[in-house]
Design a protein around this ligand. Sequence first.
Ligand SMILES: Nc1ncnc2c1ncn2[C@@H]1O[C@H](COP(=O)(O)OP(=O)(O)O)[C@@H](O)[C@H]1O
Ligand SMILES: [Mg+2]
Length: 526
Amino acid sequence: MATNGASQAVTTPAAIRLAGVSKHFGPVKANRSIDLTVREGSIHGLLGENGAGKSTLMKILFGMIRPDAGRIEIAGKDVNLRSSADALAHGIGMVQQHFSLIGKLTVAENLVLGRATTGFAARWVKSLDLESASRRAMELSERLGFGVDPSARCETLSVGARQKVEILKALWGGATTLVLDEPTAALSPPDAEELYTLLQNLQRDGTTIVLISHKMPEIMRLCDRVTVLRDGAVAGEAEIPRAFEDPADRHALEARLVRLMIGRNRPEVPSRSSHIWPTVLSVRNLSDGERFGPIDLDVHGGEILAVVGVEGNGQSQFVDLLIGLKKAAQGGIALDDIDITRMTTLERFQSGIAHIPEDRHRLAVADGMSVVDNASIGFIDGAPFAPTPFWLSRKRRARFAASIVKRNKVRASSIEAPVTSLSGGNQQKLVVGRELARAPRLMIAAQPTRGLDIGSTAAVHEALIGLRDQGGGVLLLSLDLTEVFTIADRIVVFRQGRIVGETSTAEADVDQIGRWMSGVDREAQA
Ligand SMILES: Nc1ncnc2c1ncn2[C@@H]1O[C@H](COP(=O)(O)OP(=O)(O)O)[C@@H](O)[C@H]1O
Ligand SMILES: [Mg+2]
């Protein structure tokens, strides 16, 4: 069985060895005496639900957080990491969930700046280094298949390209071990594919990689070994064979990893709705006068309608038109037969639309505010706090927040804690709980589980299904086809701002959907 891996474990030296690493934040034990060995040249997966302690552990390795206890060994030597610069000097690079590039600068400028502190010194080194930086960046980029242009300004790059620049920046700084924290959370499937290829190239080139992820297919495909964290502790480890003789072995290993991760079996998704309800949303001849539409579309009560498509094919314009962030140039939108086309965003929300936005940090949570405050956004001038002025209803708001936290199993140290102290999954559960508490007629859910682990994803899915089963309509915008197939009743495909295909999920053919998405339908049939 794992004899191959075991003998390799003995002969391959450890790039990193963590022993007894612990860290607490107030009452939260983020890491409990963690032992972890990463073999040189391997891709090592770090798997676990949101809040399991993955980011904390890797931030400790990257010198960003000082552990309460434990030892860190890099290439066989005990090290004391006081900063990220320290970690990088020991060959550890990390690509975080939030990017660190400066948008106004070019790729090459960002690379050079990463090493040259700030102010005058930075400018001086920059003018000196820029040309050779561009050249070296080009070489590295070509050798490893990055495909990024060193003279491009970072703000003009796609999320996928920016991430590659982050990786390039870490390698540039001398990283021989690269830690990536949920790198595909914000990537479209083609961008994720490119990243996988890049990581495999890096491994072939001798780089050791630690991949934080909660996506099982990703871990199974890329990793040589995986460590599962649960509740801040190591729940188990496994060797991942390059190939499985029997698919049953693969499923058994996946099932074991899921059990280690969540401490129980994969949650069952409730069955589909059978009841037919009246139309909730009716869109006719709608266009923004630019690149979106015109389209016609209905969402029925008791239905989850998924809009799928390659990112950037009109999905966000559609949401902006529906919630009134963008004006319709022609056509109309009706909610429960009431024309909302000319309503303001607030009026639309009061009429029964709820929205889980794609970009949580820009639109859904107020970063500087507490859990209580975030739970009551949007309720201040409406139920359930009217008519008490909100500064008098502190207690009621606290009770309301506590009920959302409890019902949606949001893990927070306290409802008074800043919302930014919650993990991404817990912030999302808070947003979903808040939006559902408005008892909407139509829920617009844009990438509602992007970046979430299996447990949080299942919780969000159950919430959307619950709304559907009570007769609400759900418009799901998702780049994750697995999600679409799991919960949607019907699927429409967007391309270049138009609907190019429609099918019930029960009769859907994945290949057909792919052809609609890419627009190669005709060639494929020829
Ligand atoms: N800076 C912080 N302050 C307070 N609590 C934190 C902080 N960072 C992480 N935590 C808490 O520690 C736990 C582990 O978080 P994290 O390492 O981010 O988990 P993961 O990356 O696996 O989602 C969570 O309960 C989280 O809320
Ligand atoms: Mg994390």
